[in-house]
Design a protein around this ligand. Structure first.
Ligand code: CA
Length: 227
């Protein structure tokens, strides 16, 4: 599995990274919540191990932001907090599982594998015309062809696809995909629509599935035969 470990305690991070690598996984480490936030949206991980107590953004805030932005990667929260209320908070924010420190490394491995199996069994895939959008691997598939989407591309495509045929305003997309706290340029939406169109082209699915620009209004994903 390709894993992201978000842990600020250096010793703990090193220990886990070594153990997980020896168990055959590929592990990237982030020490800060802000860095993790971006990294998980840019790289397709199989699972994220997320520490609750981080120096900048705490794990719970990171998790909420990921889920708001459509990131569906399974998240296992690691924390010293073990009270019922906090567990519930973590699970409500979109954690898939929860491990209280200190834990046995074997238990971590077992939980990771269980999460992975569960994900495979669910196989959350959405059909968009002839395309399959695989949310777990963040892949868009057309027959034999595949394109990996970044987290943001995935969230944008999913938003457009769930309103196929409708025109979505730039401001709506900005708010749903980038969040209300985004303070960059609004034309970021146009840039990402451009990336998605490039990927649709490579999938050779146009014009059956296409993203249209409606001048002065916004964008619309069109699936031929579905209006
Ligand atoms: Ca910590």
């Amino acid at each position: 599995m390709k894993l992201l470990l978000v842990e600020d305690e250096e010793k703990m991070a090193r220990l886990l990274q070594r153990g997980l690598t020896e168990a055959g996984h590929q592990v990237d480490v982030c020490e800060r919540g802000e860095d993790a936030l971006e990294q998980a949206l840019q790289i397709a991980y199989d699972t994220v191990l997320l520490d609750w107590n981080l120096p900048d953004l705490d794990g719970l805030a990171v998790l909420r932001r990921w889920r708001e932005q459509g990131l569906r990667t399974p998240v296992l929260m690691l924390t010293a907090r073990g009270t019922v209320g906090e567990k519930v908070m973590g699970l409500r924010a979109g954690a898939d599982d929860y491990l209280v420190k200190p834990f046995a490394f074997e238990e971590l491995l077992a939980r990771l594998e269980a999460l992975h199996r569960r994900g495979d069994a669910q196989g959350p895939a959405q059909q968009v015309g002839p395309l399959v959008l695989d949310s777990r691997r963040r892949v868009l598939r057309h027959g034999e062809r595949e394109q990996v989407l970044t987290g943001r591309e995935y969230a944008l495509f999913a938003e457009l696809a769930s309103h196929a045929g409708e025109v979505l305003a730039r401001s709506t997309l900005l708010s749903h995909v980038w969040g209300d706290s985004f303070d960059g340029p609004p034309n970021i939406v146009d840039v990402y629509v451009g990336y998605l169109r490039g990927k649709l082209k490579k999938l050779e699915v146009e014009p059956v599935v296409s993203i249209q620009v409606v001048r002065g209004v916004g964008f619309r994903l069109v699936v031929e035969g579905r209006g």
